[in-house]
Design a protein around this ligand. Structure first.
Ligand SMILES: [Zn+2]
Length: 242
């Protein structure tokens, strides 16, 4: 990958950076991302404002008042660049659709999906791109009820289940969260789903060299929640690791 943090980045403000040649320099070695060239259209939301935006959208979703997000109507605007309000690390589960459950139009959510919503190198790199080059102020780790990936990890940890293909690697990435709550009271799968979110929030808050420092400085926030498929409700989680 030719993506390098451009030297002028530290010397110019974000508006200048997004509009100027620094972006071209940053993206010139990464043709696939060139069409993500951003143009500043004003102040970016703070991390708290971005979270408010998501939760206001979620309330509309819960009340069946979701907006009519006509993709065609702002296609021209989006062609100029993207300025997403938040990044979401979500499971691949077809029943969990961040753009719908947060009622956000295209261009607002930078969604990284992997079964079990855990941080792996490629996912972290995607989030780093969002934070560093798109100026995203909020990273939301989103787990969900009845997660098959976490359930598979539970079966591996508890029953020594054997999985085919590459699935053992996926289960291994979730297993530490399962082990954390193995003896906790309540439903093991529900506890493991919540702990997996908390654990990955913590991993991102400590991730070097981009996301952790950005979170520590208050430039971004990393938060977590669990989406309940039956009720449609997202419950925010205390980000403490246990
Ligand atoms: Zn899942």
């Amino acid at each position: 990958m030719g993506l390098k943090r451009p030297k002028p980045f530290v010397a110019v403000d974000r508006r200048t950076f997004l509009q100027g040649t620094a972006w071209a320099a940053a993206s010139s070695g990464l043709p696939l991302l060139n069409n993500a060239r951003a143009e500043s259209t004003g102040a970016r939301p703070t991390p708290d404002e971005a979270l408010d935006q998501l939760m206001a959208g979620h309330q509309r979703y819960l009340e069946d008042r979701s907006g009519d997000h006509d993709l065609a109507s702002h296609r021209t605007e989006l062609a100029k660049g993207q300025q997403p309000a938040a990044a979401v690390l979500s499971c691949a589960d077809s029943r969990v659709v961040p753009d719908l459950l947060f009622d956000q139009p295209s261009g607002q959510l930078f969604v990284v999906r992997v079964a079990g919503n855990f941080v792996a190198d490629e996912g972290q790199a995607s989030l780093e791109y969002g934070v560093e080059f798109l100026g995203i102020p909020l990273v939301f780790v989103l787990g969900h009820s009845s997660c098959g990936a976490v359930d598979a990890a539970v079966k591996v940890v508890k029953d020594d289940a054997k999985l085919p293909g590459k699935l053992p690697g996926l289960a291994d990435s979730i297993a530490p969260a399962v082990k954390d709550v193995l003896k906790a009271p309540g439903d093991l799968l529900d506890n493991a789903i919540a702990q997996n979110v908390r654990r990955n929030v913590k991993i991102l808050r400590e991730a070097q060299p981009i996301i952790g420092p950005a979170a520590a400085s208050g430039k971004i926030r990393v938060v977590g929640g669990v989406y309940d498929i039956a009720s449609g409700r997202v419950a925010m989680l205390d980000p403490a690791p246990k």
